[in-house]
Design a protein around this ligand. Structure first.
Ligand SMILES: NC(=O)c1ccc[n+]([C@@H]2O[C@H](COP(=O)([O-])OP(=O)(O)OC[C@H]3O[C@@H](n4cnc5c(N)ncnc54)[C@H](OP(=O)(O)O)[C@@H]3O)[C@@H](O)[C@H]2O)c1
Length: 315
């Protein structure tokens, strides 16, 4: 089918593009950068240079492509996340998720596309009670005021994607990406910080992380081209608390075990968001995605995934 891929050059878009092409889809791939267009073309896509905020140009670009499905993989994230600076660091992505999504949905509708599939996140739930969070559990819409724009933007992206009458919508809540080009991979900022013993286990390290291998995220996205509509959580089978996965990650990276710091110190250094991640967040269920997308992670555990990713210790 004809697919319009917005965000073709990002970490997930770059894994998704060859898979879409290999599956026989005709892909129009969007980037803001002329220099990336040539790479997208040599990969086998039809490139289009466009900014999601240039509405007129976007409408023309999507209409000219005439896609059946528009895939939205746009974010605007830094290479290194500082938990204390998250409200500022996420501002550009909040805009992409709200104004950018609105523009893309409108362009997709205008072009007569059947469906939009958009990237959301699986780490925005209210951290109440133990157990895995499903798609029916509430988002954390009432965090401290500084963090509200972040969650509101996620909710708005999901609303625009799955609640627009004129088009089918799928929102994919990906877990924490790991793989080449991510903060966990060779050259990544998290890997570098772990090697310098700069990432501690805070308090009891009870914050549960749900990871996803980039290739598995890309496979789930392809499964969503023809799935039932709705929201799906795309994570692996082993949500794990920080105290469990961080030492394993350090081992896989050839680093010394992570230090431990008390919660008060963690809060001082990493702020509220750091505590949310390291102590509060709950794990995420992938049951609906497995059931309705007919998708299984080929890398069901971050354990083996990290080992494979970091097998080349010089990376
Ligand atoms: N679930 C997760 O854990 C998750 C999700 C996403 C990202 N991340 C992390 O965030 C970091 C950065 O991600 P990334 O490499 O994907 O890069 P990114 O800088 O966030 O960009 C992603 C894509 O959005 C496009 N884009 C951004 N603003 C745009 C605009 N105004 N108009 C049109 N296109 C726009 C970029 O295209 P061009 O630059 O080519 O124009 C690119 O293709 C990585 O470490 C990644 O692992 C994590």
């Amino acid at each position: 089918m004809k697919v319009f891929l917005a965000g073709a050059t990002g970490v997930i878009g770059a894994r998704l593009l060859p898979k879409l092409l290999a599956a026989g889809h005709a892909v129009t791939a969007m980037t803001r950068r002329q220099e990336s267009a040539a790479r997208l073309e040599s990969a086998g896509a039809t490139p289009v240079v466009c900014d999601v905020y240039d509405r007129e140009w976007l409408h023309r670009a999507v209409a000219a492509a005439g896609p059946e499905v528009v895939i939205h993989q746009l974010t605007s994230l830094p290479r290194r996340i500082h938990p204390r600076r998250v409200p500022k660091q996420l501002a550009a992505t909040n805009r992409v998720r709200t104004e950018g999504t609105a523009n893309l949905v409108a362009a997709a509708v205008g072009a007569g596309a059947r469906r939009i599939v958009a990237q959301s996140i699986a780490f925005a739930h209210r951290p109440e009670r133990e157990g895995l969070k499903t798609e029916a559990d509430p988002l954390f819409l009432d965090p401290p005021t500084r963090y509200r724009p972040l969650i509101n933007a996620v909710a708005e992206l999901e609303r625009l994607t799955t609640g627009t009458e004129a088009i089918e919508g799928v929102a994919l809540r990906y877990g924490y990406f790991y793989g080449p080009g991510t903060i966990y991979g060779p050259g990544g900022s998290f890997l570098e910080d772990v090697r310098k013993r700069r990432v501690p286990i805070v308090g009891r390290g009870g914050g549960v992380f749900s990871f996803i291998d980039l290739d598995d995220a890309a496979d789930a996205t392809i499964a969503a081209l023809d799935s039932p509509e709705g929201i799906y959580q795309i994570v692996d089978d082993q949500p794990a608390p920080l105290r469990e996965w961080l030492p394993e990650f350090a081992r896989a990276a050839g680093a010394a075990p992570p230090p431990r710091v008390p919660r008060w110190l963690g809060r001082l250094v990493a702020g509220w968001y750091g505590i949310y991640m390291m102590e509060l967040q709950r794990g995420i269920s992938n049951a609906r995605a497995k059931d309705r997308l007919g998708w299984q992670p080929s890398q069901p555990s971050w354990r083996e995934g990290f080992r494979r990713l970091l097998a080349d210790r010089d990376g």
